[in-house]
Design a protein around this ligand. Structure first.
Ligand SMILES: [Zn+2]
Ligand SMILES: [Zn+2]
Length: 537
């Protein structure tokens, strides 16, 4: 236990607190995360799930018990329609194709029809896609829907408490939402006539109903137009407003730990703590606030359509590398540059070597922490350090040859061993890097090898010394990488050509650009014969 106490890994620290709380309360601690199935959830929202998962995993590893649940807030209203939405095959569609959905703004998501018609509702469709993404990461929380909890009466106690303590509730609403009128009831009914969520104006504790005149609920600063229907509806067919619903869920699940984005920190978390103390009289969970992600320097936004989901990311990176990104310190804002995804993967590869004591750690993380981050991100750990193909190298190669040909060359050059695991990992990386090159690589990472004639024309404009050095390089290509490099240094010196000039010229002759993938491994993979042709040897 002594060793554990020293762990710097953020999730280990939270795991300890969560275990202690469970012991103190004499029950299995619950870890919860949740999403509103709005249709626009992205890898930034995944923070919620993974910041919960790593703590859960740490607890289980310590041999302790813990429950891990994921909620779908599917009685929330449809507030707007994302610019693009995904079908069950993982294909994005412009939401313009589905005009009729506009008629459901203000309706609870569990009652909005599935735009693709394949699932029971909008909520079920997008929850399905979301959960499939999570399962692909080998993360398996137990899923629940708020709609079910309301129907089953799980919220009854808390709805009743909110109504019984209406004076205290009103005070809290005033403290946190000063614009609401005194006596405001933080509960919405689903109008049986038009299906919209609507504010209520009274309740009946005996009949367990609320009364309302349908209309006028604010959704994103706009007022929805209700139908004016005046009547009553059972509690179980409505919902507590978010500020009261979230803490009610903590009570229903006995939540001991919950992560959430910093947007909740100032607002609903603070009111939630007061509600737990003064209304439900239960201790709030251990909170954990994470920072948001940027993608290509911008906030992901469903309405703008620059949204990526797990399924998109697993087309360009291994799930371990993707998880590793989320194991990093959560209080720092991270930017995921899709054009530079190889940097992140290099970082993961390095962490792997550090884990297997084949490299030292010089990063922001101390060595033990890096090892722990790796440990937590890799669901099935290899027995020995795998030999990975550098991602940028893989992407360059995959732009020149098909995957089988790449594999053949990599094996010949000793980049891939005969071990089935190495082979599997190399093939997987080539496929990922190939997809990345096609879809996200910036111009400087795109590679097209010149035809013989093109290269010849380019070489004509070069100095005599440079031409000779290039020929020598092609002829020496069978040498080991290190020796070849040393020999080229001598060769360049002799011919009065600067090394930088040699590299630039070699790239120009091969690729018509002055930079490219690491020259020696790349040229070796092209093969001596082809390089000789291009260098005029
Ligand atoms: Zn569907
Ligand atoms: Zn209505």
């Amino acid at each position: 236990m002594e060793e554990e106490k020293k762990s710097l890994f953020w999730a280990d620290q939270l795991a300890r607190q969560t275990i202690e709380r469970g012991k103190r309360e004499g029950r299995t601690p619950n870890i919860k995360c949740q999403q509103t199935p709005s249709g626009g959830k992205h890898i930034g929202n995944l923070n919620d799930v993974l910041r919960a998962y790593f703590v859960y995993k740490s607890i289980i590893e310590k041999g302790e018990r813990c429950d891990f649940v994921h909620g779908s807030d599917d009685r929330d209203p449809l507030k707007d329609i994302p610019a693009k939405i995904m079908d069950l095959e993982g294909k994005w569609h412009s939401s313009g194709e589905f005009q009729s959905i506009q008629n459901y703004l203000g309706h609870p998501l569990c009652h909005v029809p599935d735009p693709f018609g394949c699932c029971q509702s909008w909520s079920r469709h997008f929850t399905k896609i979301w959960m499939e993404g999570i399962e692909q990461l080998d993360v398996h929380p137990e899923l629940y829907y708020n709609d079910d909890l309301y129907k089953e009466g799980k919220f009854d106690r808390y709805v009743e408490t909110v109504f019984r303590k209406k004076e205290e509730v009103s005070k809290i609403v005033q403290e946190f939402q000063g614009s609401k009128q005194e006596g405001y009831i933080p509960f919405d009914a689903i109008c049986p006539k038009c299906g919209m969520l609507t504010n209520v104006n009274g309740f009946d504790l005996e009949k367990k109903t609320v009364s309302f005149v349908c209309g006028g609920k604010a959704i994103k600063e706009k007022k929805t137009q209700g139908c004016g229907f005046e009547g009553e509806a059972p509690w179980r067919e409505g919902k507590l407003q978010w500020r009261f619903e979230w803490p009610a869920l903590w009570c229903i699940w006995n939540t001991a730990y919950e992560p959430f984005g910093k947007d909740h920190w100032e607002g609903s978390w603070k009111s939630g703590v007061e509600i737990m103390k003064r209304v439900y009289e239960v201790e709030p969970p251990i909170p954990f606030v994470y920072e948001f992600f940027l993608v290509n320097g911008k906030k992901m936004s469903a309405s703008k359509g620059n949204v990526y989901v797990v399924q998109d990311m697993l087309k360009v990176m291994e799930k371990e590398a993707f998880l590793f990104f989320y194991a990093k310190r959560p209080e720092k804002q991270r930017d995921l540059e899709l054009g530079e995804i190889y940097r992140l993967i290099d970082e993961f590869d390095l962490a792997e070597r550090i884990y297997f004591n084949q490299a030292e750690d010089r990063s922001e993380n101390r060595e033990e922490n890096t090892k722990r981050m790796y440990d937590m991100s890799v669901p099935e750990k290899p027995r020995a350090c795998p030999k990975r193909i550098n991602y940028s190298f893989a992407s360059s190669l995959a732009q020149v040859y098909n995957i089988d040909e790449c594999m053949k060359r990599l094996k010949e050059l000793g980049h891939v061993s005969e071990s089935p695991l190495d082979e599997k990992l190399a093939r997987e990386r080539l496929e990922l890097a190939s997809f990345w090159a096609e879809n996200y690589a910036p111009p400087e990472m795109r590679v097209k090898v010149n035809a013989k004639e093109e290269a010849q024309k380019i070489r004509e404009g070069m100095d005599a010394g440079v031409k000779e050095v290039l020929i020598e390089f092609a002829l020496l290509l069978d040498e080991e990488e290190k020796e070849l490099y040393e020999k080229m240094k001598g060769e360049c010196k002799e011919k009065g050509v600067e090394m930088a000039k040699f590299f630039e010229s070699a790239y120009t002759a091969l690729l018509s650009k002055n930079k490219g993938p690491r020259l020696i491994p790349f040229a070796k993979a092209l093969g001596k014969e082809r390089v000789m042709e291009l260098m005029g040897a």
